[in-house]
Design a protein around this ligand. Sequence first.
Ligand SMILES: *[C@@H]1O[C@H](CO)[C@@H](O)[C@H](O)[C@H]1NC(C)=O
Ligand SMILES: *[C@@H]1O[C@H](CO)[C@@H](O)[C@H](O)[C@H]1NC(C)=O
Length: 370
Amino acid sequence: MRVLFAQCLLITLVVAGLHPITSGRKTPLSRKVIPSTVFTGNVVANTISTDSNLDGPQLSAVNSSSYEWWYFDVVSQDLKSEITIVFYTALASGFGLLPPSADVTIVGIDFLFPNGSTSSVELTATEAVITTVGQGSSGIYKDTGAQWQGASDLSSYIVSINSPRTGVVGTLKLKSVAPAHYGCGKAVAGQPMMVAPNIGWSNAIPDAVGDVEFQVNGEKLCFQGVGYHDHNWGSQPFQNNLVIEHWGHGRLGEYSIVWSNVIAPDGTDHRTVYVAAKNEIIFASCAPGSFDIQPTYTGGTATTGTQSGFALQVYLGEGKVLSLQATIAAVVSNAAPVYMRWTGSLVGHFTGGEVIHGGVSTFEQFNLTA
Ligand SMILES: *[C@@H]1O[C@H](CO)[C@@H](O)[C@H](O)[C@H]1NC(C)=O
Ligand SMILES: *[C@@H]1O[C@H](CO)[C@@H](O)[C@H](O)[C@H]1NC(C)=O
């Protein structure tokens, strides 16, 4: 308890001590100012990777049908605490879960507290300034106190929020333990960046040691756990391009795991799965047969029971399968029936191997069929 308290006291110092993002050793390769007002006209969304800019802006501008966001989370080892911070450039017409607003530069923060309660805060910026160096990016959301700073090699990120007005002050730090990737493989030039039609994705930090020190309305939320950072974009409304989506990430023993499955309105099924260990990619694939995922239920079926989590089978090749059960521990975000995000435990085994317990994960579900 004493240690926890001492860590939380550091908050003000950490925030006050942040350097401006331009103070790094390397010269910024690009700096983009995104106004809060929406662009009228056609925008271009990048679809093929280069050898840099993995986490930089991928839209030429933000119009009312496009969306882009930078997503960060950390889930605690005991699955009872989580923080999610998302920096958006989008209107609700581009990403339907956003609140109605005329401003595209929005920061959304979701908290899960150890007693199971949740809270959310939205901050509106007057503009966003995003700087890209190497593969990494940094962003300042003006007049919100919210910013992120990324290392050019994606080895570490820090998100800081200094918003006394909304009662939210703190930092989220990530130290990567797994290599970045795109939907079909390594973070190299020439990779397809769309994980489904009109849904772009890059995963700068598939798994990280996460360190969270926040104060929320005078309450402390401090914990270490499993962290993650990715980035999505598209030039057509997100909600028009999927019917069902399952995504999640976790750590089980020495393994870092990320999955995504999108069922598009035309019925096509798009899959992406990633397994790494000891900071090396073991498997990263967007092949249709790369993995399967099924919701699991307790007390009955899909219609009579309660959703308990997901079962996954990752087909690693040569008959080797990684079987996983992700079991819901707590609700982090509830916009049922359209959207849910949870923390959950992870248990699994490789074909013929011993069962590994004690995994930590967070996962979500979009269901636009209702
Ligand atoms: C935004 O840009 C996309 C891609 O060019 C285009 O299809 C769409 O119609 C544009 N939206 C608006 C509202 O102009
Ligand atoms: C749960 O914890 C939060 C954060 O500490 C607190 O604000 C809230 O009042 C608590 N809720 C209950 C029901 O104890």
